[in-house]
Design a binder for this molecule. Structure first.
Ligand code: DGT
Ligand code: CA
Ligand code: CA
Ligand code: ZN
Length: 573
C-alpha cells in the first residue's frame, strides 16, 4: 500500500515555510515570490496537486513550473524537501515566527538572532522584557514595546484553538437530545458537560440518558446519518464524531443514579472537586454512582440532581454557575441569585438591517422579531453607512412601520463608532434625536490599554450614548480582548448611568461572564443583545442570556428585562 498523498494545504504550508526560511537566509525576492505564488495556487486548487505532480501534470497549473513540480513530487514521495532540511541546519525554525511578529520582518529577525541569540518567540519575549532589544541600533524602545504587545495579543489564541463556539454547536446538541428522546428505548435524555453549563466554547459534547435498552440506544446514535465515525460503542456508552468534526459522548445510566451521573458529567471539574472535598469534611464520599456515608459504608443514589444537591446540604445549582466561583458557598447558605431567564427579556436593543450591513430588510427583521414575541426592537444600523440623507429616510421607514404595528415598538437606534480621538461618527443633533444609541469600538483594538480606555471613557461622557457595545472587542478563537481598563469603564458607567452590553454573537459573547458579573455588582445596567444581522440572528439573544446567567445576573440587573418606558426612565437619570 502506497503512502497517502499530502493534502494541498499541507503542501502549501511547506512552500510557505521554504519561502520564509529563504527570506531569512537572504535569498532574492524573485525566488521567494515564486514559492509563495505556488503555495497560494496549490492551496486554491480543487484537485490533489501532489497527485498531479506525480503524473507530471502539475506544470499545467499557472504559477507552477518544472522546479516546483519536482519539489511537490519530492514532498509526496519522501515527506520532506532537501532544500528545507538544508535551511533548517543553518537557521532555527522558530525564527520564522519571530519574523512574522508585526513590524519585525526577516532582516530584524536575523539581527535579533545574530546579536541577541533569539531563536524563537520565547527568547524574543525574554529579550524584550529585559530591555535588550532597545540596545540594538535602530530598534529602540518603541519596537520593544510593540513586540511585547503583539506577543501578549497572540498568546490566548493558541489556547483557544480546538474548541468549538457554543453558538455553533448548541442547535445541534439540542437536536441530538430531541432525536434520542424520541427513540422507544430512551427514557430521560439530557445534555451535560460544558454545553449544559453554556460555556462559551466547548471541546466535546456530552449527553446522558436512561434507557430500557442501552445497547439499542447507542446503536441508534451510531447509525444517525450525521455520524461519520464511531469511536466506541457498547451497552452503556458510545462516542461518535459528527460531520462537522464534533465528538459526542453518550452515556446510558441506570435510572436510580441518573441524578448522580448527570451532576457528575455536567461538571465543571473544578465544581465537582470542590463539592467532593466539602462532602468529605461531612463524612460523605461523592462519586458518579452515589453518595457513600463513610461511617456506615451505605451508598445512597439520587434520581434527580435536586435530590443530590439537597442531600449534600445545598440548594440545586443552575449548571451555568457550576464553575467553582462561589456558587457552592452561596447554595449552602440558600443565597443563590434568581438568574435571569429568557422569558424575562422583553426586547432587543441591538439589531442591523440592510440599511447598513445587515442581510435582511427592515420589514423581514421586524416580522421575525414579532414572531419571537419581542415587545420592542431597536434598529441600530451603523451610522457610517447612513450618510447623504439615508439616516433620515431610514428613520422615516422605521417610524412608518412602527405606526402600522401595535404588538411591537420599533426604536430608532444607531450604532456609532468611537473614533481614535474618542469622538463619535454622528453629530450631536442627530444623536440627540435617536431613541437609543450604542457606541462601539471597531478599530485599533490592539492599541495600548490606556488609549482604548480614554476612547471608551470619552464616549461614556457623551450625554447621548446609552450603551457601550461589545466592550472588549474580542473574537473567540481569533482575537483576544483588548487591553481596555474594564474596572475604570465600569466605575464611570455606574456614575453616569451608561449601560454595558453582553453581545450575543457566538464569536463575541462580550462582555464575558466574569466581566458582566463585576459590572452588575458595581451597579451597571447590563443590556443583552443579539446584534442580529439576519432574521435568524435574533436568536443570538439566547446566547446573551446564557452568558448573563453565567455572570450571576438577575432580571433586575438586565436593562431589557424591563418594558421600554421603564428603560427610558432609567436613561434619564
Ligand atoms: P469541555 O469538554 O472541555 O468543553 O468541558 P467539559 O466540562 O464538558 O469536560 P469533559 O467533557 O472532559 O467532562 C465532562 C464532565 O465530566 C466534566 O465537566 C466533569 C466530569 N469530569 C471529567 N473528568 C473529571 C475528573 O477528573 N474529576 C471530576 N471530579 N470530574 C470530572
Ligand atoms: Ca465536554
Ligand atoms: Ca466528554
Ligand atoms: Zn452591531
Amino acid at each position: 500500500m502506497g503512502r497517502t498523498l499530502p493534502r494541498n494545504d499541507e503542501l502549501a504550508e511547506r512552500f510557505e515555510l521554504l519561502a520564509d526560511l529563504l527570506e531569512l537566509d537572504g535569498a532574492d525576492a524573485f525566488r521567494l515570490a515564486a514559492y509563495r505564488r505556488a503555495a497560494q495556487r496549490i492551496r486554491e486548487s480543487a484537485v490533489s496537486v501532489a497527485g498531479l505532480a506525480l503524473e507530471g501534470k502539475a506544470k499545467r497549473l499557472a504559477g507552477i513550473g518544472g522546479t516546483i513540480e519536482r519539489k511537490i513530487a519530492e514532498l509526496a514521495e519522501t515527506g520532506d524537501l532537501e532544500a528545507l532540511a538544508k535551511l533548517r541546519t543553518r537557521l532555527p525554525e522558530g525564527l520564522v515566527e519571530v519574523m512574522r511578529v508585526p513590524g519585525l520582518g526577516s532582516k530584524t529577525a536575523r539581527r535579533l538572532w545574530a546579536e541577541l541569540g533569539v531563536t524563537g518567540l520565547e527568547e524574543l519575549r525574554a529579550a524584550a522584557e529585559s530591555g535588550r532589544v532597545r540596545e540594538l541600533p535602530g530598534l529602540g524602545e518603541k519596537t520593544e514595546a510593540r513586540i511585547l504587545r503583539s506577543l501578549a495579543a497572540s498568546a490566548p489564541r493558541a489556547e483557544a484553538t480546538g474548541r468549538a463556539l457554543l453558538g455553533s454547536v448548541l442547535p445541534f446538541v439540542e437536536r441530538v437530545v430531541a432525536e434520542l428522546a424520541t427513540h422507544p428505548a430512551a427514557e430521560r435524555v439530557s445534555e451535560a458537560g460544558s454545553v449544559r453549563r453554556r460555556a462559551e466554547t466547548v471541546r466535546d459534547l456530552d449527553v446522558i440518558a436512561t434507557a430500557r435498552g442501552g445497547a439499542e440506544l447507542t446503536a441508534f446514535l451510531a447509525g444517525r446519518p450525521w455520524v461519520v465515525e464511531v469511536l466506541a460503542q457498547g451497552p452503556t456508552k458510545a462516542t461518535v464524531v459528527s460531520v462537522d468534526g464534533l465528538r459526542l459522548d453518550l452515556r446510558v445510566v441506570p435510572p436510580a443514579c441518573y441524578g448522580n451521573l448527570l451532576q457528575h458529567f455536567t461538571g465543571s471539574k473544578d465544581h465537582n472537586v470542590a463539592l467532593r472535598e466539602e462532602a468529605v469534611r461531612h463524612g460523605l464520599s461523592v462519586s458518579e454512582y452515589g453518595v457513600e456515608t463513610a461511617a456506615t459504608g451505605k451508598v445512597a443514589t439520587h434520581e434527580t440532581e435536586e435530590e443530590l444537591y439537597v442531600a449534600l446540604g445545598y440548594e440545586w445549582i443552575p449548571p451555568e454557575l457550576r464553575e467553582n466561583r462561589g456558587e457552592l458557598e452561596a447554595a449552602r447558605a440558600g443565597a443563590l441569585p434568581a438568574l435571569v431567564r429568557r422569558a424575562d427579556v422583553l426586547g432587543d436593543l441591538h439589531a442591523h438591517t440592510d440599511w447598513s450591513d445587515g442581510r435582511v430588510t427592515l420589514e423581514q427583521l421586524v416580522a421575525a422579531a414579532r414572531a419571537r414575541g419581542q415587545r420592542y426592537l431597536a434598529i441600530c444600523d451603523h451610522a457610517k453607512r447612513l450618510g447623504d440623507g439615508r439616516l433620515e429616510r431610514q428613520t422615516e421607514a422605521i417610524r412608518e412601520l412602527d405606526a402600522s404595528l401595535d404588538d411591537i415598538e420599533l426604536l430608532c437606534g444607531v450604532e456609532v463608532d468611537i473614533r481614535a480621538d474618542g469622538s463619535l461618527d454622528l453629530d450631536d443633533g442627530r444623536l440627540a434625536a435617536r431613541d437609543w444609541v450604542v457606541a462601539s469600538i471597531h478599530s485599533g483594538l490592539r492599541d495600548p490599554g490606556p488609549e482604548l480606555t480614554r476612547r471608551v471613557l470619552a464616549a461614556i461622557e457623551s450625554p447621548h450614548v446609552d450603551c457601550i457595545g461589545h466592550p472588549t472587542g474580542r473574537k473567540l478563537n481569533r482575537r483576544p480582548p483588548s487591553d481596555l481598563d474594564l474596572e475604570a469603564v465600569v466605575a464611570r458607567c455606574a456614575e453616569t448611568g451608561t449601560f454595558l452590553e453582553i453581545n450575543g454573537q457566538p464569536d463575541r459573547l462580550d462582555l464575558r461572564d466574569t466581566h458582566a458579573r463585576l459590572a452588575a455588582e458595581a451597579g451597571v445596567g447590563i443590556v443583552l443583545s443579539s446584534d442580529a444581522h439576519s432574521a435568524a440572528g435574533l436568536g443570538y439573544l439566547d446566547l446573551a442570556v446564557a452568558q448573563a446567567r453565567r455572570g450571576w445576573l438577575t432580571a433586575a440587573q438586565v436593562v431589557n428585562a424591563r418594558p421600554w418606558p421603564e428603560v427610558k426612565e432609567m436613561m434619564k437619570r
